[in-house]
Design a protein around this ligand. Structure first.
Ligand SMILES: [Zn+2]
Length: 160
């Protein structure tokens, strides 16, 4: 039997992925959890944001790495870096607020998984073609958030 090849229009094939790494320090603690992370403590976190593209811009890029750093890095610097990332339900929040400690409050437990999703949602909200966010809580512990979506970005239904 002969091999059959199906040719797709090149505009539908994701041919480029680019990734930008950003480091930041943060504190947190986990609710509903027994283990070291149930106490206030800190991590040196690392996030790698991956974007995709079907074609390159006139500069030969999916997106300028410097632009990703400028937009996403600035948001991380302003909201997550050197902050206590806590659940809104954490009983430590009122006390830390009283002490004037900087905090970033989440609706979810501040696990590596939820921080990866938090960053993904911010990047997607900026209109960047993000496909995956990998977040290292420690050099040995990695969470990846990569929701399924149609190739090439947002696909609208015929009703829209
Ligand atoms: Zn921890």
């Amino acid at each position: 039997m002969k091999d059959e090849f199906i040719l797709y229009p090149s505009s539908l094939i994701i041919m480029y992925h680019i990734s930008r790494e950003i480091d930041f320090c943060y504190g947190h603690r986990l609710l509903n959890y027994r283990g070291k992370c149930c106490h206030l403590h800190g991590h040196n976190g690392k996030v790698v944001i991956t974007l995709e593209g079907t074609e390159l811009n006139s500069s030969g890029m999916v997106l300028d790495f410097g632009h990703i750093r400028k937009v996403v890095g600035q948001w991380i610097d302003d909201h997550l870096d050197h902050q206590m990332i806590l659940s809104r339900d954490d009983p430590a929040v009122p006390l830390l607020q009283e002490l004037g400690e900087p905090m970033y409050l989440m609706d979810a437990n501040p696990t590596a998984e939820n921080i990866a999703k938090l960053i993904f949602d911010f990047v997607a909200g900026q209109g960047f073609p993000v496909v995956e966010v990998r977040f290292w809580e420690t050099p040995h512990c990695l969470a990846t958030y990569c929701p399924d979506k149609p190739a090439g970005g947002i696909m609208r239904s015929p009703q829209e």
